[in-house]
Design a protein around this ligand. Structure first.
Ligand code: SF4
Length: 747
C-alpha cells in the first residue's frame, strides 16, 4: 500500500476496470472510505486522464442496491440466503437437469464485464469445460464478433486485432466509432480525445464516416454522413479505386500475404459509381478518400460498432484491414499494428498455426453456425422457447444484462421466465437477474486486484500495471465463486475447495512455459516454478506466472530486470515497455504462415453485398444507436451523478423528418419496427442525417422485481425492443443494431 498523510488516510493507485481505456486512478481513502478519485497524473499510459465514470467506483462500491448476500427466489421474490445454501441449491437443481437432459440443456450467457477482470478472463473456461454445452452465448455477438471472425480468418487468431497506431499516424479514417464518448473499443488507449487532437496538432488529418455528427465527427477535419449499414460498400469501393488506379503498395509486408490478387479481383465491381447511391457518398468523394489514404505517409483505417453491428459487418471488418494492407500500413508504425501484452505468450508461430474455423456446429432451431465456440445471442430466446431434445432448460449468466442489451429483448425476457432453473453471477438484481432462481453477488471493483489481461493485448503501447485490492470483503472472491460453480458442474460438490481450480490454471501456464522452445525459464520444471510463484490470491499468482514467463518477464530470476508481480507492485503507476513494434510473421496462426487476404467466407459474401447497392434504396427511416460518456451499455444507470440532468434517452430525428411528421422536441413519438414498439421523447437535431433516427441503448429500467432504485426513477426506453433477432450478419452471427427499418409517428 502506498500512503501519505495522516495515519488513517492513504492514497492508492488503481487501474480503472470499467471500460477498455485502462486509465490510472488516484484514490484517496480515509476512515475506511473513499474520499476522492481522480486521474493518476503519473500513470505511464493515461497521464492523468479520467472520464466521468472513473470517479464513480466509489458510488458503485457504496451503492446500497449492490447485493452483498446471495439471493434465492422464493414465491417470486428474492431473499437473502447463505453461500452454503445457495451453492447447495445450484448443485441439486442444475445437476438434476443435466442428468436428465444432457449438458446442452444448460445455456451460458457471458456479459461484457467478464473481460474487465481477471476472474472473468480466466475462471470462466473451467466452467465451460466442466459443463460441455454447445449453447454458449456472449456479448461478442452483440457488437464485435465480425472483428473476431475477419481477424481469425486473415491472421489465424480471432483475438489478434490490429489497432490504429494513433500516436504516430498522420491520417486516420474512422468509421462508425465515437471514441470521444466510448473512450475507444478494440483498441485500448486512455485519452482518445487527446491522442486524436495530437494527430491534428502535428499536421495530420482525421476523417470520420458516420450517419450522425458525433462529438468525434465534430472534432475531425472532415465528417462524411453515410447511410447506416453501407460502410462495407464504401470500404470495398475505396479498395477498388486504389487497385484500379495502380496505387497498391503493400510496403514491407508483401512477402507475408496470400491471395491479395484474389481479394482485389473480388472488389472489382465495387466501383464508386456502383455504391454511391446506397452509401449516400458521391463517387468523386469516394475516389478522393481513396487517393488521400494512399498518399498519406502513415495512415490507419479503423471501424467499430456502427460498422460491425450490421449484416455486412464481417465484410466491413475485412475491408478495413484490406485497405490497411494495400496502402502499406499493416504492421507499420503509424499504421495498423498488433498490441503485445506483458502476459502474452513468448513463442512466435513456427511454420504456421492451426488456423481458424467457423461453423463447427450449428444452433438447434435456426441452424446458425458456431463462431468462436459460441452461438449468436439473438438465438438464445428461441433455444429456450422451442421444445425438443437439447432445448435450453437452465441458464447460467455471468455479468451482463441481455434483457436490455440483446436483440428482441421482450421475447428474451419472456423466455427467461419460462426456464426451469437460472443462476446468475452478478452484483445487481437487474432486468435479467430478476429471473434467476439464485443470484451470486461478486465483490466491488475496489475489493479485488486488477491487471488488464484482456486489453493490454490490444493496447497502443506495451504497458503493464497491477493494482492491489483497496478493501477487504467478507464476500467470496469472484474467482472462488466461479471455481465452485465449475467444481459443482464437475460433480465435486458444493463444498469443494475453489483453490483446486486456481492451482490447475496456474499449472496450465507453467506447463506451457516449460514446454515452450523460446521459454525463459531455463530448463526448470513446473514444480520448481510453482514454488517460486508469488501472490496472495489465485488471480494474483496467475498474473505473476504469466508476466514472468511473458515477453518482458524475469523468467523466475533468469533476468533480474525482467517483469514480475513484485516489480509491478513496486511501480504503482505502471511500467511502459514502449510503442508497438512490428510482429509479422510471428503473430500469425494461419496454416500457411501468411496473412490470408481472400478468405473464402468473405469472398463468397461479396456478390450479395454488391447486390444491396443495386436498384432504388428505401426512403423509410433507419434506426441507429448511440453511446453516452456517462453510460456503460446497460449498467451504471444506478449512479445518480451519472444519470442526473437532462433526459438522455431521447429519439434524435432530423428536422426534415420531424417536420414531415409534425413532431417537435419534447413530443413523445411511437417508434415501431418489425418486432416491437416503444414510446420515446423526441429530440429534433441536425446531428443525424435525414432518413436516420437515433436512440441510445441500455435503458428501459422499468421492470418489476429489480433492485435499482436510482435507475428506476429515470428508466428510459429499451432500444432492443426494436432490434430484430432474425436479421444477423450471416458470417459472424452478430446482431443487427444499426440500420433497423422503423416508422415514427406521434404517440
Ligand atoms: S475512460 Fe474508461 S477506463 Fe478511463 S476513467 Fe473512464 S471508464 Fe475508466
Amino acid at each position: 500500500m502506498w500512503s501519505r498523510g495522516a495515519m488513517a488516510a492513504s492514497v492508492h493507485f488503481h487501474t480503472c476496470p470499467l471500460c477498455e481505456a485502462t486509465c490510472g486512478l488516484e484514490i484517496s481513502v480515509a476512515d475506511g472510505r473513499v474520499q476522492r478519485i481522480r486521474g493518476d497524473q503519473e500513470d505511464v499510459f493515461s497521464r492523468g486522464f479520467i472520464c466521468p465514470k472513473g470517479s464513480t467506483l466509489k458510488q458503485l462500491h457504496e451503492d446500497p442496491d449492490r447485493l452483498r448476500a446471495p439471493q434465492l427466489r422464493r414465491n417470486g421474490a428474492h431473499v437473502d440466503t447463505t453461500w452454503t445454501d445457495a451453492f447447495a441449491v445450484i448443485d441439486q437443481r442444475l445437476r438434476a437437469i443435466i442428468a436428465e437432459h444432457g449438458p446442452n440443456s444448460v445455456g451460458v450467457y457471458l456479459g461484457n464485464p467478464n473481460v474487465h477482470h481477471l476472474a472473468g478472463v480466466f475462471w470462466i473456461r473451467p466452467i465451460l469445460r466442466a459443463l460441455g454445452t454447445r449453447n454458449i452465448f456472449t456479448a461478442s455477438t452483440v457488437d464485435q464478433m465480425p472483428r473476431h471472425v475477419s481477424t481469425g480468418l486473415m491472421y489465424g487468431n480471432p483475438n489478434a486485432f490490429v489497432v490504429p497506431d494513433l500516436d504516430r499516424t498522420d491520417y486516420l479514417l474512422m468509421l462508425g466509432a465515437n471514441p470521444y464518448v466510448s473512450n475507444g473499443s478494440l483498441a485500448t488507449a486512455p485519452d482518445w480525445p487527446g491522442r486524436l487532437e495530437a494527430i491534428r496538432a502535428r499536421g495530420g488529418r482525421i476523417v470520420v464516416v458516420d450517419p450522425r455528427r458525433t462529438r468525434t465527427a465534430e472534432a475531425a477535419d472532415e465528417h462524411l454522413p453515410i447511410r447506416p449499414g453501407t460502410d462495407a460498400l464504401l470500404l470495398c469501393a475505396m479498395a477498388n479505386v486504389i487497385a484500379a488506379d495502380g496505387l497498391v503498395d503493400t510496403g514491407t509486408v508483401g512477402e507475408h500475404l496470400n491471395g491479395l490478387d484474389q481479394a482485389l479481383a473480388a472488389v472489382g465491381e465495387f466501383t464508386p459509381e456502383a455504391v454511391a447511391g446506397a452509401t449516400g457518398i458521391d463517387a468523386a468523394t469516394i475516389r478522393r478518400l481513396a487517393h488521400e489514404l494512399s498518399a498519406a505517409g502513415r495512415a490507419a483505417v479503423y471501424g467499430r460498432v456502427g460498422v460491425h453491428t450490421v449484416p455486412g459487418g464481417t465484410v466491413a471488418s475485412w475491408a478495413t484491414d484490406l485497405l490497411n494492407v494495400i496502402t502499406g500500413n499493416l504492421d507499420r508504425p503509424g499504421g495498423a499494428m498488433w498490441g503485445q501484452g506483458a502476459h502474452s505468450r513468448r513463442s512466435p508461430a513456427r511454420g504456421g498455426g492451426r488456423g481458424y474455423r467457423i461453423g463447427r456446429w450449428a444452433s438447434r432451431v435456426s441452424g446458425y453456425p458456431e463462431v468462436n465456440g459460441e452461438l449468436p445471442v439473438a438465438a438464445l430466446a428461441e433455444e429456450i422457447e422451442t421444445d425438443g431434445p437439447e432445448q435450453i432448460r437452465a441458464l447460467i449468466t455471468v455479468g451482463g444484462n441481455p434483457v436490455l442489451s440483446t436483440p428482441h429483448s421482450d421475447r428474451l425476457a419472456a423466455a427467461l421466465s419460462g426456464l426451469e432453473f437460472m443462476v446468475s453471477v452478478d452484483p445487481y438484481l437487474n432486468e435479467t437477474t430478476r429471473h434467476a432462481d439464485v443470484v451470486l453477488p461478486v465483490p466491488s471493483a475496489l475489493e479485488r486486484s486488477h491487471y488488464d489481461a484482456a486489453f493490454y493485448n490490444q493496447a497502443l503501447r506495451r504497458v503493464a500495471n497491477y493494482s492491489p485490492a483497496l478493501f477487504a470483503t467478507d464476500q467470496p472472491s469472484e474467482s472462488d465463486i466461479l471455481a465452485v460453480l465449475a467444481l459443482i458442474l464437475r460433480g465435486d460438490g458444493a463444498d469443494a475447495d475453489p483453490s483446486i481450480i486456481a492451482n490447475e490454471l496456474l499449472d496450465d501456464v507453467l506447463t506451457h512455459a516449460v514446454g515452450d522452445p523460446n521459454s525463459n525459464v531455463n530448463g526448470r520444471d513446473v514444480e520448481e516454478l510453482r514454488a517460486a510463484v508469488t501472490g496472495e490470491t489465485g488471480p494474483d499468482r496467475l498474473v505473476d506466472a504469466l508476466v514472468r514467463t511473458g515477453p518482458f518477464g524475469d523468467g523466475f530470476g533468469a533476468d533480474p530486470n525482467g517483469l514480475s508481480l513484485q516489480r509491478m507492485i513496486d511501480n504503482p503507476h505502471g511500467i511502459d515497455f514502449g510503442p508497438l513494434e512490428p510482429q509479422l510473421p510471428g503473430i500469425l496462426r494461419t496454416p500457411s504462415g501468411k496473412v490470408e487476404m481472400a478468405p473464402a467466407e468473405i469472398v463468397a459474401a461479396l456478390p450479395a453485398l454488391l447486390a444491396t447497392a443495386a436498384g432504388p434504396q428505401s426512403d423509410g427511416l433507419r434506426l441507429i444507436g448511440r453511446r453516452d460518456l456517462r453510460s456503460n451499455n446497460s449498467w451504471m444507470h444506478n449512479v445518480n451523478v451519472l444519470v442526473k440532468g437532462k433526459e438522455r434517452c431521447t429519439l434524435q430525428i432530423n428536422p426534415a423528418d420531424a417536420a414531415a411528421r409534425d413532431l417537435a422536441t419534447g413530443d413523445v413519438a411511437t417508434v415501431e419496427s418489425r418486432v416491437g414498439k416503444v414510446d420515446a421523447p423526441i429530440e429534433v437535431t441536425d446531428e443525424v442525417m435525414a432518413g436516420v433516427v437515433c436512440l441510445p441503448h441500455g435503458w428501459g429500467h422499468d421492470a418489476p422485481g429489480t433492485r435499482l432504485s436510482i435507475a428506476g426513477q429515470r428508466p428510459g426506453v429499451n432500444s432492443n425492443v426494436l432490434t430484430d433477432g432474425a436479421v444477423l450478419d450471416p458470417i459472424s452471427g452478430n446482431a443487427t443494431l444499426n440500420g433497423i427499418p422503423v416508422t415514427v409517428c406521434r404517440a
